[in-house]
Design a protein around this ligand. Sequence first.
Ligand code: FAD
Ligand code: EPU
Length: 343
Amino acid sequence: MVKVLENISLKPYNTFGIDQSTKYFTEVHSEQELLELLQNQQWKTVPKLILGGGSNMLLCNDFEGMVIKIALKGLQATISGSEVLVKASAGEVWHDFVLHCVRNGWSGIENLSLIPGCVGAAPIQNIGAYGVEVKDVITEVRALNIKTLSVKSFSNADCMFGYRESVFKSTYKDQFIVLSVTFKLSTEVKINSSYGAIGDVLKAKNISSPSIKDISDAVIEIRSSKLPDPKEIGNAGSFFKNPEIDTHLYEKIKTSYPEIPSYPTGTNLVKIPAGWLIEKAGWKGKTLGSYGVHKNQALVLVNYGGAKGKEIKQLASDIQADVFAKFGVVLHNEVNYIESQSI
Ligand code: FAD
Ligand code: EPU
């Protein structure tokens, strides 16, 4: 029987460091425990929030339900020729998992080093960084349907991955709990150093034929220099997605700002960095008491200590309104707002 705690603070469980509480809190360590909990009549009608590392959420209120921290652990690797299929349980810490793969010489996710959170959340928003998205290596997501309590296996195509998107954020939002993810990695090293900054670090270190450990180290170095460490300053990484805008709007902005950076999308849309728009709108480094916009990365909203989720939500909304007024560009949240009810 799992232990259910009452009225506890979620501050240690979210990287923003927001001090909201939950009526009930529990941690499940096995699929069996999770099933027993969800079958229990006492908890059936109680709203639920599924929690990994709490690194992509903003708690806007106290949670009037049950937070279920997914602590399922375990790794299983099957090697055939150069192909390595690794099944990782949802509660494994993402970065520890990446380091485990790097140590074993299994290539594919080294560019995703140092992303906070757990394996189970990786497919939810299709985590990505430094030229790689996790969709590139996922072969299967096993997930529990919260209503029927049956386990469904999603293929890569079933997940309908997009930029910071998946079926778990759209059609099946709040309907499935990810139990495990299987990744297709390789003992044949395929280096991806296409992202400019990685090449710069390797060059500075005089590394001409990098190993996957070199790539992982370079990514860790770049990330540590750019992004605030949640242990020091509360944050949830990029607060907004980088917007994809139509070429007319892009050309219009370019007339006033010829230097605007852009990335190709393979469609007739142009992706532009939200951080650039927010900086140009004058928000970078702005501090409003205990919270604000990070001084080195305008896409990261920060809690210096004691901020309320609602205050950060208001700041985000003010930034969105201002960027729209100045550039005609709509910024969409990447961070998930947790109001009072989830599942
Ligand atoms: P949580 O915040 O706990 O949950 C996120 C959402 O997924 C919630 O809606 C939750 O209910 C749901 N969820 C969590 N686990 C499960 C599960 N097992 N089953 C079903 N639903 C679940 N993201 C990137 O893509 N790229 C980056 O480079 C990046 N850099 C970051 C840097 C910093 C400093 C920080 C703080 C965050 C960064 N992020 C980045 C965002 C974040 O790390 C990822 O989104 C991560 O995958 C979230 O994992 P988590 O376990 O903390 O999820
Ligand atoms: N920029 C500015 N001002 C800023 C910040 C950025 O002008 O204050 C411009 C610069 O031109 C810079 C460009 O934006 O060259 C891109 O910045 P950066 O390389 O820091 O990346 P990003 O677009 O801000 C994205 C992801 C990150 C991911 C990095 C590296 C999104 C929403 N964010 O950030 O993911 O780590 O690229 O690949 O796509 C996250 O999702 O939480 C996250 C941190």
